[in-house]
Design a protein around this ligand. Structure first.
Ligand code: FAD
Length: 406
């Protein structure tokens, strides 16, 4: 650690801030420079599609850390300063203002960029994306009672946005070509229950794709041409929630290994020993997917701090995430795609329930609607690799914590 004096972190999101925090917690005393392309103090993103859109949270309510934290932790925040290129060999960072910074190690935490609608008219100003505070502010102004809003993409962010727009009194149409979105992520039963809720709440759900966005002459709205529909859907605002593209440009310029994200080892080291990558932009070598979730970004920062200081990587454990809609919370742990068999606990029609995913006698995943305790227990069962009896998993009278005792 003694030769390590300057660390530069690129990115102003959760992964970046978590890495800075963890470096100090691990006793690193050298310099930390945090370059964030966005202006202002780094903020949390999950509230953007929840309380921020609802108008219940201001920017100061969603800051990742208060202003004095940066001073206390000696993190030199350079906000509004994008990094244009990194040169790993000489530890240089070229900044957008034309200056250069140097560091012994560079951490890339550049997150992702929301995908624009890949159709003619997809870049119309009526089509909104949701990733930044400014995106949320712009969109909130459009979510007025009675406004006709189309949300394209019924994944996590699209579904949350549709629910919020509905709560604000908008007339919402949710469009997705997949009949049961999220089924691969949370399993068919949970995904179906979540998707059906949109219709039950009064949202129009269309299972189709958008072919073209056409501006309505003399109006602020647009017409959506849909696949397999002869007519058009006239709306005032469109929100595209069709996923993100990892912001890998800096890594590509630097010649690092990039395949669906910047590829890293368990210490979050890239193919260059002096460069690390974390959060939504990074993919663990040997893993199929990037984990674009809040807790994964937080943990990545902690893992990178250990890697930077030459310490062993932490136990990884099952990944967890949540999503809120219509006053319900969905949570999932592990990977449902790895399960060979599923077990249901509770009844989807009654509101709260959990689905467990098993491979042999081990739990590999669980997804729930409104049963946080089930997920907590499932996570421990997965992480400890405890053999489980499917009959007892399904039985409501069994306290799941007792399954932890072998
Ligand atoms: P980001 O938060 O994207 O931060 C990356 C930062 O890097 C940005 O500030 C960007 O401007 C900056 N940057 C990029 N390029 C450069 C450059 N060249 N120079 C300098 N800076 C640069 N997860 C959940 O688990 N549950 C949820 O309910 C949930 N809700 C969400 C709702 C919304 C609207 C969004 C957008 C995300 C949500 N997430 C949720 C996902 C979670 O917020 C992300 O996984 C997490 O924010 C990723 O953090 P990150 O630091 O990797 O990336």
């Amino acid at each position: 650690m003694s030769s390590l004096r300057r660390i530069a972190v690129v990115g102003g999101g959760l992964a970046a801030v978590s890495a800075c925090d963890a470096l100090r917690a691990q006793g690193y005393e050298g310099e930390i420079a945090l370059f964030s392309a966005e202006l202002g103090l780094p903020y949390d993103r999950p509230p953007l599609s929840k309380d921020v859109l609802l108008g219940k949270a201001r920017r100061e309510d969603v800051l990742l850390r208060p202003e004095q934290w940066y001073e206390e932790k000696r993190v030199a925040l350079r906000d509004g300063i994008a990094v244009r290129a990194v040169r790993p060999r000489d530890g240089a960072l070229e900044l957008v203002d034309g200056s250069t910074a140097v560091a012994d190690r560079i951490v890339l935490a550049t997150g992702g960029t929301p995908r624009a609608l890949p159709v003619p008219g997809g870049n119309d100003p009526c089509v909104h994306l949701l990733r930044t505070w400014e995106d949320a502010e712009r969109l909130r102004e459009r979510l007025l009672p009675g406004a006709r809003v189309a949300v394209v993409g019924a994944g996590l962010i699209g579904a949350e946005t549709a629910a919020v727009a509905h709560a604000l009194g908008c007339r919402v149409t949710l469009i997705d070509p997949v009949a049961v979105p999220l089924a691969r992520v949370v399993g068919d039963v949970v995904a179906r229950a979540l998707h059906q809720r949109h219709t039950a709440e009064g949202i129009t759900v269309l299972t189709t794709g958008v072919e073209r966005v056409e501006r309505r002459p003399g109006s602020l709205g647009v017409l959506l041409h849909l696949s397999g529909y002869s007519g058009v859907v006239a709306v005032d605002t469109v929100v595209a929630g069709i996923g993100i593209r990892p912001a890998t440009e800096l890594a590509e310029i630097a010649g690092l290994r990039v395949e669906n994200g910047i590829v890293v080892d368990t210490g979050r080291r890239t193919s260059h020993p002096n460069v690390f990558a974390i959060g939504d932009v990074a993919r663990l070598d040997g893993h199929r997917v990037r984990h674009e979730h809040w807790e994964a970004a937080q943990r990545d920062g902690e893992a990178a701090a250990l890697g930077l200081l030459g310490r062993p990587a932490p136990e990884s454990g099952a990944t967890w995430f949540w999503s809120d809609r219509y006053g319900s919370r969905m949570e999932a742990v592990g990977s449902m795609a790895d399960a060979h068999e599923t077990v249901l606990r509770g009844a989807p029609d009654n509101g709260d329930f959990t689905v467990f995913g098993l491979r042999g006698d081990r739990l590999v995943a669980a997804a729930t609607v409104d049963r946080a305790r089930d997920i907590k227990a499932a996570r421990r069962l997965i992480d400890r690799g405890v053999p489980v009896d499917p009959v007892r998993l399904a039985e409501e009278s069994v306290d799941l914590r007792t399954l932890l005792k072998r």
